[in-house]
Design a protein around this ligand. Structure first.
Ligand code: GAR
Length: 218
């Protein structure tokens, strides 16, 4: 791993998590460089954010490829070409294909807006609001072949209230997402994360994989 961690970000939409990573780099919290943004959506606002920060943006659409394998092999190739060491899924709304996972095993992180293994898949916040849980939150995990099933790195909790809508709960969870995603990347960049099976250990962090409102420094 180089001293400055080389990141490749995949995003499908608004890109507020992408922005939180950019801001963490700019503030010096995170020693990393984003070498490219890859999106499946030509309308993604994330592309504008990349432009503002001089980050190369590539639009790679699945429909331009014969199958998922060809699509994800191509993405893996673009990431490799740019020396990407860690792939970050910041609101990438697709299940990643094996071709990319094999190339970056335990080197792809995803942020999910629920306390996994509860409420995987799309609209995690709506699922939590509809179920009327009292504690919701978000999870950063490594990506495996399943849908939001990979080893959990860190989680943060957010309260949920009976009158929450998908929107109000999403907003509260998002504040935590913007803290824990850069934090997980920082832990990775410092070589403090090790994975054995589905157990993720964080060096120097006694509480290990579950953190409620994690401190930004340890
Ligand atoms: C975030 O809430 C992220 O956790 C979620 O999409 C949103 C993207 O927002 N991801 C998933 O649901 C993945 N299954 P953003 O584009 O502003 O970062």
């Amino acid at each position: 791993m180089s001293e400055t961690l080389i990141l490749g970000v995949l995003a499908s939409g608004r890109g507020s998590n992408f922005q939180s990573i950019i801001d963490s780099i700019d503030s010096g919290f995170l020693n990393a460089k984003i070498s490219a943004l890859i999106t499946d959506n030509p309308e993604a606002y994330a592309i504008k954010r990349a432009g503002k920060h001089g980050i190369e943006a590539l639009v790679i659409k699945p429909r331009d490829f014969s199958d998922r394998n060809a699509y994800y092999s191509h993405i893996a190739g673009e990431l490799k070409k740019r020396g990407v060491e860690l792939v970050v899924l910041a609101g990438f709304m697709r299940v990643v294909g094996k071709a990319l996972i094999d190339e970056y095993r335990n080197k792809i992180m995803n942020i999910h807006p629920a306390l996994l293994p509860s409420f995987p898949g799309l609209h995690g916040q709506k699922q939590a609001a509809d179920y009327s849980v009292k504690i919701s939150g978000c999870t950063v995990h490594f990506v495996d072949e399943g849908m939001d099933t990979g080893p959990i790195i860190i989680q943060a909790a957010a309260p949920a209230y009976h009158d929450d809508t998908e929107e109000t709960l999403s907003e509260r969870i998002l504040k935590q997402e913007h803290k824990i995603f850069p934090y997980a990347i920082k832990l990775y960049s410092e070589g403090r994360i090790s994975v054995e099976g589905r157990k993720v250990a964080i060096k120097g962090y006694r509480e290990n994989s579950v953190m409620i409102n994690p401190p930004l420094q340890t």
